[in-house]
Design a protein around this ligand. Structure first.
Ligand SMILES: Cc1ncc(COP(=O)(O)O)c(C=O)c1O
Length: 411
């Protein structure tokens, strides 16, 4: 006899069948992959696309490929494709370098755009690289860093006119909390400050609306919900209205107005091209270009609707199946990104033991089991399988096995 949760999962999967894109991805049989918020899955057509770049472009057409295969234009062209996903009109996003580098560049641009202000606000629970890069930039430009929880930022901003910029991650990497981008952006603008949003955990999973909400600057990686592959290059967004005045602190020859004039002095290219640095990692960039095809006929709003249904159902299953489960991700849809995080004192052991049962999530120190939900390739049945694995691990005590008490993995 089918139990109630199994029937519910089947009914939900039937009603969301139109947004199931599982067949576009290569995933091992028997694995429920809940780590697409760390490394997205491999889109099925990407290996052939990469093989074509390697064999027919690099291998056969050699250096001519910079002209004939659009390599030179790729950072901005792929940027426009990412831009469509995060709500940016063409000409405002460029791809290349890591998120950390893009953060450094964007924060320097913000400092130059607000030269008379000396405070920057950020979330104390930001992803570490954001905190490290911000501390470095602050010491270079003379900013004082104030750590303020994002939903208290509006209040802080209203108290004085000394804030140059606000740096916030749209979705908290550990808890999955989705911050109110329109409200924080508006509060910053009311106080004369700029916003720099880190979209690593929202691009491709949550509608962002960069242009609609008049965001100033944004960065994000492409290896999570955009499925660009390990080390895929990051992107930077600079709103049109700031481009002419935003300097590139990492000026390099690819951002020069006339790169092949080989001039001795730097002259920035017009538009977003000025945010290029040096040669982009072309194989990764073109793998990302191919991976983005998955989104060609998909609206982020429909990915979001599917994701909300999945994360809602995962929570229901966990609460029904796991005694005293401590779900830390918000229950309200409008506050939750695309993951369900659970607190457990032996979280590392839980994650490893679940992986042993084919349910791959990840551990975030000190005590979080992070279950990322990349909606295009996951089903409600997968959510139930994951919750059952969690419950079975705890019931059997596998998470306490000696092997899991030593942290031997990096993710
Ligand atoms: C919010 C956030 N910012 C930045 C990064 C990573 O930066 P980078 O691409 O430089 O490794 C991550 C990685 O997980 C992240 O979650």
């Amino acid at each position: 006899m089918t139990d109630r949760l199994t029937s519910e999962a089947a009914a939900l999967d039937a009603s969301h069948a139109a947004t199931d894109r599982r067949d576009r991805f290569l995933l091992p049989d028997g694995v429920v992959y809940l780590d697409g918020n760390s490394l997205g899955a491999l889109p099925r057509h990407v290996p052939d696309a990469v093989a074509d770049v390697v064999t027919n472009q690099w291998g056969r057409d050699l250096v001519e490929s910079w002209n004939t295969h659009g390599w030179w234009q790729a950072p901005a062209a792929v940027g426009d494709r990412v831009g469509r996903i995060v709500g940016a009109a063409p000409g405002q996003v460029v791809v290349g370098d890591s998120t950390s580098v893009r953060l450094h560049q964007s924060l320097h641009a913000a400092a130059a755009l607000r030269p008379d202000r000396h405070v920057v606000l950020t979330d104390p629970d930001s992803f570490p690289t954001d905190l490290y890069v911000l501390a470095g930039v602050a010491s270079q430009v003379g900013w004082a860093v104030e750590k303020v929880v994002p939903d208290k930022m509006a209040k802080r901003l209203a108290t004085s006119d000394d804030v140059a910029a606000v740096l916030v991650s749209h979705v908290d990497y550990r808890t999955g909390r989705l911050w109110d981008l329109p409200a924080i952006t508006a509060a910053a603008h009311d106080a004369g400050a700029l916003v720099v949003w880190d979209l690593c955990h929202s691009a491709g999973a949550v509608p962002v609306g960069l242009d609609e909400h008049r965001v100033d600057l944004a960065v994000g990686c492409t290896y999570k919900f955009l499925n660009g592959g390990p080390g895929a290059p990051a992107y930077g967004y600079v709103a049109y209205r700031h481009q002419a005045a935003a300097p590139n602190v990492l000026a390099g020859w690819h951002g020069h107005a006339q790169p092949f004039a080989m001039e001795r002095d730097y002259r920035p290219a017009p538009g977003i091209e000025r945010m290029r640095t040096g040669t982009a990692p072309m194989l990764s960039l073109l793998a990302l270009d191919a991976a983005l095809d998955v989104f060609d006929d998909v609206e982020v709003a429909s990915v979001r609707a599917r994701s909300l249904s999945l994360t809602r159902f995962l929570r229901v299953c966990l609460e029904e199946l796991v005694p005293d489960v401590d779900v830390v991700s918000p229950s309200k849809d409008e506050r939750r990104g695309s993951q369900v995080a659970v607190r457990h004192e032996a979280a590392y052991g839980v994650v490893r033991a679940m992986a042993g049962r084919g349910v791959v999530g990840d551990f975030r120190t000190p005590d979080v089991v992070r279950l990322g939900v990349a909606a295009p390739y996951l089903t409600h049945a997968d959510m139930l399988t994951a919750a059952r694995a969690y419950a079975d691990v705890l019931a059997s005590g596998e998470h306490l096995d000696a092997g899991w008490s030593q942290r031997s993995t990096v993710t």
